[in-house]
Design a protein around this ligand. Structure first.
Ligand code: ARG
Length: 402
């Protein structure tokens, strides 16, 4: 028999994120498209469209870029969410709170606003979708950056005996911040410090005060032994390495958050083999027969882990949703958008939940796959930074690396 594995092209583990260069001057075309869309969807503006188009054209000619009004920024950020084809939670796109932080240019000021973001988003457990938009790059000045992939993440360590501790998804990043001087507690759920890079300044470390980070200890409604595993997760997922692009203007630092869907924690973060990898631990605790795959011990462990996540968040009064509810909401969103005459760009492979896909309604259909702007993009540079690696700078006006 011929083994054709070696000759078959190797498929990537996951579709790679779209990438675009780190900085380009806004094009007139994109600016115009955006302004027209804004004035069509929200016609009552103090400055009429033709006048605004003229202003922006002049700014572009004179400075090589232009400045969004607050209303444009707010609308742009919301529509970027509406266009995020990997997000199942888009029904509430209009309710996104937009914090305009374009004036913050020092590491200290940026850090203060990031902590304020966590505070406003957490809201004692009644999680609010929030985005903080920091300064865009200009021809003279690079934009501020945060290296972390999320505002709140857990450190990962390799132990001296060759074992793993914490979140192995963040081994490299943890290594980098330790080399920069972070004193690592060396536990299973240590909150990583923020690495803030202000324009023209070197990157600086800031702690995220523990009392600001709402976390939920995980328990199971029936399995008493589960609590003894000592698992927990944080309440707010706040992505901080994606570039927001509105009307041709790039905002490389624009952290945003929603609330969690249980499977993100219970079927991925705690389960992926290169994350907490807990299925074998669960199976042992549940006394499952792991002698053969066909006992479906993995599936049974997985479901109970997800029960625990939803149960614990609900018990703690922290907003979370299950994948059945969120799938249903997404279909409502699709219908609403269709009624408005808009398409909803959607990536099936991200929208279908990682458990019970086929028993959620989002599984059984196709979607539009357009790349519409405003939107969020993940650049190669941001990926490198979030792994703690020194990237190739596309637009380097002063930042130095350790
Ligand atoms: N999946 C990521 C995590 O587990 C968070 C992505 C954004 N999720 C959200 N519900 N807004 O941390």
């Amino acid at each position: 028999m011929i083994n054709d594995r070696a000759t078959r092209p190797r498929l990537p583990r996951r579709k790679p994120a779209p990438t675009v260069p780190a900085w380009e001057p806004p094009s007139w075309g994109e600016a115009e498209d955006f302004l027209r869309r804004f004035h069509t969807e929200q016609p009552e503006q103090p400055v009429a469209l033709p006048m605004r188009l003229r202003q922006v054209r002049e700014q572009l000619e004179q400075y090589g870029t232009y400045r969004h009004t607050r209303a444009e920024l707010e609308f742009g950020a919301r529509v970027a969410w509406r266009n995020a084809s990997r997000c199942i939670g888009r029904l509430y796109w209009k309710s996104l709170r937009v914090l305009d932080r374009r004036d913050a240019l020092t590491a200290e000021a940026i850090h203060g606003h990031l902590l304020e973001h966590i505070r406003v988003a957490t809201n004692s457990g009644r999680i609010r979708p929030v985005i903080s938009v920091f300064a865009p790059a200009t021809p003279e000045r690079p934009a501020p950056r945060v290296w972390n992939s999320q505002l709140i993440r857990y450190a990962g360590y390799r132990t001296t005996t060759g074992g793993l501790m914490g979140d192995p998804g963040h081994l490299e990043f943890t290594d980098t911040v330790r080399r920069m001087g972070w004193q690592a507690p060396g536990g299973w759920f240590d909150i990583l410090p923020l690495v803030v890079e202000a324009p023209g300044d070197k990157p600086q470390l800031f702690d995220v005060p523990r009392e600001l980070v709402l976390e939920v200890p995980l328990t199971h409604p029936q399995l008493a032994a589960f609590a003894e595993l000592g698992l927990r997760w944080h309440a707010v997922p706040a992505i901080s390495h994606m570039r927001l692009t509105i009307g041709g203007v790039d905002y490389p630092l624009a952290p945003f958050n929603g609330w969690y869907m249980g499977t993100e924690i219970g079927a991925r973060n705690l389960v992926d083999p290169d994350r907490y990898n807990l299925l074998p631990v669960m199976a042992r605790m549940m006394g499952l027969d792991t002698s053969s795959e066909s006992t479906l011990w993995r599936d049974r462990a997985l479901v109970e882990l997800n029960v625990a996540v939803l149960h614990s968040f609900e018990r703690a009064g922290v907003k979370i949703s299950d994948h059945h509810t969120e799938s249903q909401r997404f279909l409502t969103h699709l219908e609403r958008e269709e009624r408005e005459g808009r398409i909803t760009p959607t990536d099936w492979s991200w929208i279908v939940p990682p458990i019970s896909g086929g028993i959620t309604p989002v599984f059984h259909r196709y979607y539009d796959e357009a790349d519409q702007r405003p939107n969020f993009y993940l650049d190669d540079e941001a990926v490198e930074l979030s792994k703690g690696r020194c990237p190739v700078r596309h637009h380097d006006a002063g930042g130095t690396f350790p």
